[in-house]
Design a protein. Structure first.
Length: 255
């Protein structure tokens, strides 16, 4: 990317850190549109639309994205080849099991190390599939923290997989002490995911090291009351409520 364009993109990224999305009507409307497109393109995205949109839409062309299943997402989120370099980790053979969270994070850390050693611009964002534990990632995360790798990891914690008798816990507690910043956020709130991801991206771009973001999701049609304190519910409906509450809504946004 030419230096002038890179400076412009970085100014926009810094502005995104300093300005909450709730104060930007155009950004909120764009989020609503992308949420609807993600769901329309694939029913499998139900419950994770906000996590996808909120974490990926702030990436720059100089960045690198590893993702468990890319499918149609690059065309939706990054039109006209404006998105980052992409590595789709989906198995080529349907009979081969997908990489687990630890393997995906280790692979992303390798790419981040390459960028750091060779002083290449940009960062690596690893969009991990669902994970119910991060114990196996501690060694890799310790390495990432020691070398201040330009790495952001987004993990989905699907609360629908819990038993009714289980209590809700934070995966970020499992990485305490490794030196990586850990943040937990409601994965159905696109604005919240966007804000914490922007902070993590800014940290990675300015030698602040790696960050792991845990997005709590509920990948079923209706969120039960017992998990409502952690997951708002339907991402598109919630975004519409937020737009209406701020008088940013207009009928052209209706699905």
């Amino acid at each position: 990317m030419p230096s002038a364009k890179r400076k412009t993109k970085h100014k926009q990224a810094q502005a995104a850190v300093n300005t909450p999305p709730s104060r930007d009507p155009d950004l909120m409307r764009r989020m609503h549109t992308l949420l609807a497109k993600c769901r329309e393109a694939s029913p499998e995205n139900v419950g994770v639309e906000a996590t996808l949109v909120g974490s990926l839409m702030g990436l720059l062309p100089e960045d690198f994205l590893t993702i468990s299943h890319a499918d149609h997402l690059p065309a939706l989120l990054f039109p006209k080849k404006s998105g980052p370099e992409l590595l789709d980790l989906a198995p080529l053979d349907a009979t081969v099991p997908p990489l687990n969270a630890a393997a995906q994070i280790a692979l992303a850390a390798g790419y981040a190390l390459d960028r750091s050693v060779h002083h290449r611009p940009g960062l690596v964002l690893a969009f991990i599939g669902e994970a119910d534990s991060l114990h196996d990632t501690r060694e890799t995360l310790t390495f990432a923290a020691t070398h201040k790798l330009p790495l952001v990891i987004v993990v989905q914690h699907n609360l629908a997989s819990m038993k009714k008798t289980d209590g809700v816990t934070d995966l970020t507690y499992e990485i305490l002490g490794v030196g990586v910043a850990g943040m937990t956020v409601d994965g159905s709130d696109a604005m919240a995911v966007y804000r914490v991801t922007q902070e993590a991206l800014y940290r990675a771009r300015h030698d602040g090291g790696a960050t792991l973001i845990e997005c709590k999701t509920y990948r079923k049609a209706r969120v039960p009351s017992r998990v409502c304190p952690w997951v708002q519910g339907d991402a598109i409906e919630y975004m519409e409520q937020q737009l209406r509450a701020r008088n940013f809504w207009h009928d052209a946004l209706r699905r």
